[in-house]
Design a protein around this ligand. Structure first.
Ligand code: GLA
Length: 388
């Protein structure tokens, strides 16, 4: 087995030289956390993400011909194509890059191909958006390389469209937005309808943001994700028959759900109830942060978890166990499953001085109940996509 990589920019620079005999342009694009507001982005609600100190690094250079030469450092794997032959690769990782090329080719006739080497420390499948980071890194890199003149928001849209159309996951805009617009020590309060955002200062001197990774990767996550989105759209359609002004669940009230959805489709009703209450929770959570009331904010995180578990049904036993293990601990301010669901991580806000003891307790309990050693990531809030 190879030694674990500790300095990605350096390893990528070296590999690039070895493979292509050139100096690479190095780009960094981070993963993300989300404090509250889960599954709200595609319902035109609000989210509260931040970019983190785990990232994808990517080295690129233009080629003279039309070839595309890709190398994944972590998988030690290659993929070869050219700019006129953009088809699904059959092995996923190249698709995040090819999907971006496909989007760019809708507006620009690229005349040259490129060489690309990438790798990073965002654990794949852990709900930290390694895919969005790779898409945004690629969009940023090609924009620089070919002088395409895209703004930051264009890069976000290109990344999301690549995921929606090429990879086939109908994700919202949160992950790509957080990766591109991330700002050190700040959360991003993003209105997913107007796309207006504000940076919310978030200092973590006396609290730690810890992610507990179940190491469960659910193979049905993508199709279940798309299904949740369809269920929300169905709820909107049912309401629209009587309230045509309702364009998304952002505009719906609990009363509308009770009146027009409950009797028609119980499952859709539960999904929509979660969304409508989570929008409220997020707005109240933002007020908590304005008042520096982390205790109240943390309680809402636990409520979000309950909603994702019982109403939206995107949790799993392992995620529930990790939340149960911390929920009565006075040193834990808030905890919940994070991201799309069906596996991945919980996010925990923990009093700094208690973190080590807690990690040990939770790790031991998780091991004895599941037979699996959970992983722990201590997260810091970092800058978004840019040159390394
Ligand atoms: C995934 C998607 C996002 C968002 C979250 C849930 O990460 O990519 O767009 O919907 O799930 O909040």
């Amino acid at each position: 087995m190879n030694d674990p990589i500790t300095d990605y920019p350096k390893s990528i620079r070296n590999k690039f030289k070895e493979l292509f005999g050139q100096e690479a342009l190095i780009i960094r694009s981070p993963g993300r956390i989300n404090l509250i507001g889960e599954h709200l982005d595609y319902n035109m609600g609000f989210v509260l993400p931040a970019a983190i100190n785990k990232a994808i690094w990517l080295g690129v250079q233009k080629r003279e011909d039309d070839g595309i030469r890709l190398h994944s450092l972590d998988y030690d794997d290659d993929y070869l194509s050219n700019i006129y032959d953009i088809n699904p690769s059959g092995k996923l990782w190249p698709d995040y890059i090819l999907g971006v090329v496909e989007q760019i080719r809708k507006n620009h006739s690229l005349k040259h191909g490129f060489n690309l080497v990438f790798g990073g420390d965002i654990p794949p499948g852990a709900g930290l958006s390694s895919s969005a980071a790779l898409e945004c890194a690629t969009a940023f890199a090609l924009n620089e390389l070919f002088g395409l003149g895209y703004e930051k928001m264009d890069l976000v849209r290109i990344g999301q469209a690549a995921e929606n159309e090429f990879v086939g996951v109908k994700c919202g805009i949160m992950d790509q937005f957080a990766s591109v617009f991330g700002k050190k020590e700040h959360l991003i309060r993003l209105d997913c309808r107007s796309l207006e955002s504000i940076y919310v200062p978030f200092h973590t001197n006396d609290i730690k943001i810890l992610l507990f990774d179940t190491r469960v990767k659910h193979s049905l996550a993508d199709s279940a994700y798309n299904q949740r989105r369809e269920q929300c759209e169905k709820g909107v359609k049912l309401i629209q028959k009587f309230h045509p002004e309702v364009r998304s669940l952002r505009d719906a009230s609990q009363e509308m759900l009770d009146t027009y959805v409950k009797a028609v489709d119980e499952t859709v009703y539960r999904r929509c109830t979660y969304i409508v209450s989570e929008i409220k929770r997020l707005l109240n959570g933002c007020k908590d942060l304005e008042k520096d009331d982390l205790i109240s904010f943390g309680k809402r995180m636990f409520e979000t978890h309950a909603g994702l578990k019982d109403l939206y049904e995107v949790s799993c036993n392992e995620l529930d166990l990790l939340v149960d293990l911390v929920k009565d601990n006075p040193n834990v301010i808030g905890a919940r499953m994070m991201g799309g669901g069906f596996g991945g991580c919980t996010i925990n806000l923990i009093k700094a001085e208690a973190a080590n003891d807690l990690i040990k307790k939770v790790t031991d309990a998780y091991l004895s109940k599941t037979g699996t050693e959970m992983l722990v990531y201590e997260v810091e809030i970092e800058e978004g996509t840019g040159f390394n």
